[in-house]
Design a protein around this ligand. Structure first.
Ligand code: DGL
Length: 269
């Protein structure tokens, strides 16, 4: 029998990047109750070691699942998903959806077979990412750019500081130096949040691909397969959860409101 409460989805990232995924989920599944969790205490993930992240994400998710009693988890962080999904799926019984680089659709869509991958340094270096490229883009030339700076630019943009155009231009330059490149994968969930700023500094038009809609489709189909989960009942409130109290969360209030996160809570680890 279906539960008499709205389906609860936990969306997890190191920082605010996962809000780009939350947005796609809210479009597809507007009635669900969303718990958006940022591990701001350990932010950024993109420059941390694999050993640290595997332990950290497991530990934080354990606490978040206990707190939220979520029906499904979305690891809305490419840096984490490309590393931790097997361990997480082994330990938790609820469904886990991980955001990983959208290499397959990019390779399918590129007319020139020259594509760019814009991600964190961690994601660019992962064996998982290399395997994705081998499996789905072996006939493509893939230009990889790893940038931790772009992650903090996106964080600041959500706090009201405009993305600095000259720095953005320099970050994407190696991609546009390839004249045939026609498609760029935004393989960090922070980057779609500043998509327009990236488009504005791009010297020519290309396709910018992210994982938001594909993740929303996957979550919708997983929920539809679970008879006890109710995706019709309307949630009354969505919550943002942080792992550390910090003064600059005040600067995020406007952004959190835009993503319909009306409550702010903290979790002690
Ligand atoms: N948003 C994350 C991703 O998708 C990483 C940001 C970070 O470096 O913490 O990769």
């Amino acid at each position: 029998m279906a539960k008499t409460v709205a389906a609860k989805i936990l969306v997890f990232d190191s920082g605010v990047g996962g809000l780009s995924i939350l947005y796609a989920l809210q479009q597809a599944l507007p009635s669900c109750e969303y718990h958006y969790a940022s591990d701001n205490q350990a932010f950024p993930y993109g420059t941390k070691s694999a050993e640290f992240l595997i332990e950290r994400v497991h530990h934080v998710l354990q606490a978040l699942i206990e707190k939220t009693q979520a029906d499904l988890i979305v690891v809305a962080c490419n840096t984490a998903s490309t590393l931790v999904l097997p361990r997480i799926r082994q330990h938790f019984t609820i469904p886990v959806v991980g955001v990983v680089p959208a290499i397959k659709p990019a390779a399918g869509q590129s007319a020139t077979s020259v594509i760019g991958l814009l991600a964190t340094p961690g994601t660019v270096a992962r064996p998982y990412t290399k395997a994705l490229i081998e499996e789905f883009a072996s006939d493509c030339e893939v230009v990889c750019v790893g940038s931790a700076e772009l992650v903090s630019i996106a964080e600041q943009a959500l706090r009201g500081t405009p993305a600095p155009r000259e720095i953005l231009r320099a970050i994407v330059k190696p991609l546009f130096d390839k004249p045939q490149l026609d498609t760029i994968v935004l393989a960090c969930t922070h980057f779609p949040l500043i998509r327009q700023s990236l488009i504005d500094v791009a010297p020519r038009a290309v396709h910018w691909i992210d994982s938001g809609e594909a993740i929303a489709r996957r979550v919708s189909s997983l929920l539809a397969d679970q008879p006890t989960i109710n995706t019709v009942l309307q949630a009354t409130e969505n919550t943002a959860i942080f792992t550390a109290a910090s003064a600059d969360i005040d600067l995020l209030k406007g952004a959190l409101k835009r993503f319909k996160l009306s409550r702010v809570e903290y979790i002690r680890l």
